[in-house]
Design a binder for this molecule. Structure first.
Ligand SMILES: Cc1cc2nc3c(=O)[nH]c(=O)nc-3n(C[C@H](O)[C@H](O)[C@H](O)COP(=O)(O)O)c2cc1C
Length: 198
């Protein structure tokens, strides 16, 4: 399968970046083709412009020359993996901006016209596997009190968005600041194991 692995962490020596490399390696070792997208390295612009917002529903002209490469890479994917830390109980801005700008009408969904007025129809039907690999500073309990939005989004929004895939795999390490070397290593191995068999 062709996997698109999308990463959002600015620091090359971070634990999160190590998970990105492990995810890519594990998928490649399992015989998959990997298209790795490091949003920071590619200087992805997270900010939706005025023109983009005005043209948002203007299919297919909403895909500008700047967005076209990201859209093509997304549309070529048969599997998708996101590797990111949790910031302010959500995605880092660069990943949120990627969703805002690339997951647009005509790409990740379309609005049905006529009989089902205004209904959203998911369009990324080529994607048969989805996963999130993520790390939190907070404990599972503390995150749960806040509703754990990234976990909720993976289980609901992403499940609907990647409707031809089973419920997205959610590999999360909580309580980052209190984890021992052993637990960090164990999580890296878990990510390798799970994605090798994905
Ligand atoms: C800007 C920022 C916001 C953060 N917000 C949260 C948060 O809301 N909840 C949480 O559990 N951890 C939060 N953290 C902690 C990160 O999730 C944690 O540093 C990261 O997962 C560890 O990965 P790293 O060491 O590879 O950066 C935040 C960290 C930063 C830098």
């Amino acid at each position: 399968m062709r996997f698109h692995v999308i990463h959002a962490h600015p620091v090359e020596t971070s634990f999160n970046r190590s998970l990105f490399h492990i995810a890519c390696e594990a998928l490649e070792a399992a015989g998959h083709e990997v298209d790795a997208l490091n949003l920071y390295e590619e200087n992805f612009d997270a900010v939706m412009s005025r023109e983009e917002r005005l043209n948002y529903h203007n299919v297919p002209d909403n895909i500008t020359d700047r967005l076209r490469p990201y859209v093509d890479r997304l549309l070529a994917a048969e599997g998708i993996v996101f590797v990111h830390p949790v910031w302010n109980f959500g995605y880092p801005a660069i990943l949120k901006g990627y969703f805002d700008r690339v997951f647009m009408p005509g790409v990740s969904f379309e609005m049905s016209e006529g009989t089902e007025n205004g209904r959203l129809l998911p369009k990324l039907t080529k994607i048969k596997r989805a996963a999130f690999v993520t790390t939190y500073g907070g404990t599972r309990w503390r995150s749960m009190i806040m509703g754990d939005p990234p976990r909720l989004l993976a289980g609901r929004w992403a499940w609907v968005t990647f409707r031809k895939a089973p419920r997205p795999k959610y590999l999360a390490l909580y309580d980052m600041n209190n984890n021992s070397e052993e637990r960090l290593k164990a999580f890296q191995e878990k990510v390798r194991r799970e994605l090798s068999a994905f």
